[in-house]
Write a protein that binds this ligand. Structure first.
Ligand code: ADP
Ligand code: MG
Length: 351
């Protein structure tokens, strides 16, 4: 569906030529970066803060499908999905390392596109690209992203700090990335069967954007700092709301009540779910890759978030023996299954 027309063989540049070519456009802006790309290792120092570090792998045909993923978006998404884990500790990301293994199918122009996305994400989120590794691969594209971030001492929030009575809050809206994926998979199928068909994604820009080019909620971490908000537990929603709720409950030894009518859904997500004969609640509960934040908050801090249009209270914490339950729109109480999206997607992109 999306094709790259120019075809310069990477072997023309060689490994070092390629590294120089793709990394020369990156600047260093963070104080904690002493030495970036170019030596055997990067040097970071000078921060009194706590350092947090996380790494993620993105494998072709497991995590992404190049047929409908523009490489520019893929580069952007690999960075934003990775820094979301740093946000999920209430920390701010500063440095990234990106390693690639490329099959011979990838041309210089394709890698330039990928790095354009990485560069845009680094600019938008004020990240320094400080290193990586480059290798060939026998099959497809493999990307590894390592992110380093910082938080003031004592500010880090784990999955384990929630207490009974705390409010359960979520940022943004849910299920959009999953419904975007359903649209792209459907159009891919049409294209595979009839090559002259153009993908019809009209009116689906929001959900397709949620799938292909998600944002990380660094803005929410800044909002917490600004308003002196102290979440008691925090996680990012990469595998779907139910799955993340289970993680918070397990690590905090709690139960939860979640209200179906409070789940934040965009109209396009809702309408597309109906079109696909899927209950919109299922998309919100079990769809993955929204990269929103899920957190708990003491009731005493409610006033600090109540005017934010970007934060919704969806439930509260209970003793563990009360279980993890959804209160439906009709008032029924049903147990929440820890489905996560790998059990849910017809063609799994996370394993
Ligand atoms: P080494 O042989 O020591 O692994 P490399 O030649 O792989 O060194 O890397 C040289 C420099 O380029 C290092 O600073 C490394 O971090 C950086 N680098 C290599 N590949 C990438 C990449 N894909 N993205 C960003 N930096 C890279
Ligand atoms: Mg190397």
């Amino acid at each position: 569906m999306f094709e790259n027309k120019d075809k310069t063989d990477i072997s023309k540049l060689g490994e070092f030529g390629l590294i120089d070519h793709i990394t020369s456009k990156f600047e260093l802006n963070n104080e904690t970066t002493k030495v970036g790309i170019g030596d055997d290792a990067a040097i970071l120092s000078g921060s009194q803060k706590e350092q947090v570090i996380s790494t993620d792998l993105y494998i072709e045909n497991v995590h992404f499908d190049i047929m409908y993923t523009p490489l520019k978006h893929l580069g952007y998404k690999c960075i934003t999905a990775s820094i979301s884990d740093i946000c999920a500790m209430n920390a701010k990301p500063s440095q990234v390392l990106v390693s690639l293994a490329l099959s011979s199918r990838y041309t210089l122009e394709a890698i330039e596109e990928l790095y354009l996305g990485i560069h845009t994400a680094c600019t938008n989120y004020k990240l320094d690209l400080v290193g990586g590794d480059t290798s060939s691969s026998k099959s497809g594209l493999h990307i590894s992203v390592t992110v380093i971030g910082y938080a003031d001492s004592g500010k880090i929030v784990k999955r384990s700090g929630a207490n009974e009575g705390d409010l359960l809050c979520v940022t943004g809206d849910l299920g959009g990335a999953y419904m975007g994926l359903q649209m792209l998979e459907r159009e891919k199928q049409v294209f595979v069967e009839q090559k002259d068909m153009k993908p019809d994604l009209e009116g689906k820009d929001y959900i397709v954007g949620r799938q292909l080019r998600p944002e990380a909620r660094v803005d929410i971490i800044e909002f917490f700092e600004e308003k002196d908000i102290h979440p008691t537990s925090l996680i990012d929603i990469s595998d779907g709301l139910s799955s993340e709720i289970f993680h918070l409950c397990k690590h905090s030894t709690l139960g939860m009540k979640v209200y179906e009518d409070k789940l934040p859904l965009d109209q396009q997500t809702y309408d597309t779910a109906i079109e696909f004969n899927l209950p919109p609640t299922t998309a919100a509960m079990n769809g993955g890759e929204d990269y929103e934040l899920l957190f708990t908050l003491t009731q005493g801090e409610y006033d600090k978030i109540k005017t934010s249009l970007d934060i919704t209270v969806i439930g509260y914490c209970t003793p563990a023996h009360e279980g993890i339950e959804l209160i439906t729109k009709s008032g029924n109480i049903v147990p929440i299954e820890a489905q996560g999206w790998e059990n849910f997607k017809p063609k799994s992109s996370k394993e």
